[in-house]
Write a new protein. Structure first.
Length: 210
């Protein structure tokens, strides 16, 4: 048993809380869903930077570059968000916030729509890269355009979640909501894919961004 005392301000009543060792262990090990979302955003932005920098460094008069890093990056942005990031937002965070604060419905609908739009932009990017690979040096400007479209779209989406969604969630969700959300985000990988695939994505991320 542990007893914790805290005086918030001079002259105010002292607050006393009783915390069991089991409760303290749970608190210390509790997953923070917001930290995971923001970590995923930072990691995705690093992959976006690799896409931009790599494609902008190509020149029509140079020998054909090795495109393995770009193909790996496209695989990462296609599969990782849809397996490890978006489902948890859509199944747990979005519904909880919509229920607690109905005024967020328009924002959540917009974010849901952006999740759905990602696939088309990634398809266009994949098509442009394959065309560049097979027709080099033709297709460079098309590839740059596809990269620019996806990067701009994804950064707008990330910015919308950081500026609006996350502050609203912090303001309106209750501890019971966070308990379920944090548990879901702490579960790790999609059960269909398992821990080995999540570990594989971490390794792939390191390979892309090194």
């Amino acid at each position: 048993l542990m007893i914790w005392f805290s005086k918030v301000k001079p002259g105010r009543q002292t607050v006393c809380a009783v915390i069991t060792r089991a409760s303290l262990k749970w608190m210390q090990g509790m997953t923070d869903a917001i930290e995971i979302i923001q970590r995923d955003h930072v990691n995705l932005d690093r992959v976006l930077s690799v896409l931009e920098t790599t494609v902008n460094g190509f020149a029509p008069d140079q020998s054909k570059p090795d495109l393995e890093q770009l193909f790996s990056a496209i695989y990462y942005i296609r599969v990782f968000p849809d397996r490890f990031h978006h489902p948890k937002e859509e199944r747990y965070l979005f519904p909880a916030l919509r229920a607690r604060c109905p005024e967020t419905a328009e924002l959540i609908d917009r974010l849901d729509g952006q999740h759905a739009q990602c696939a088309g932009l990634i398809d266009a990017l994949d098509t442009a890269l394959k065309a560049f690979d097979s027709g080099y040096p033709a297709g460079l400007e098309e590839l740059r355009g596809a990269v620019r479209a996806y990067v701009d779209f994804q950064r707008d989406h990330i910015g919308l979640e950081e500026r609006e969604l996350i502050p609203l969630a912090r303001d309106h969700l209750e501890p019971a909501d966070w308990g379920a959300i944090n548990q879901a985000f702490g579960m790790g990988s999609d059960p269909m894919f398992g821990e080995n695939m999540e570990t594989g994505f971490r390794a792939l991320f390191e390979k892309i961004t090194r």
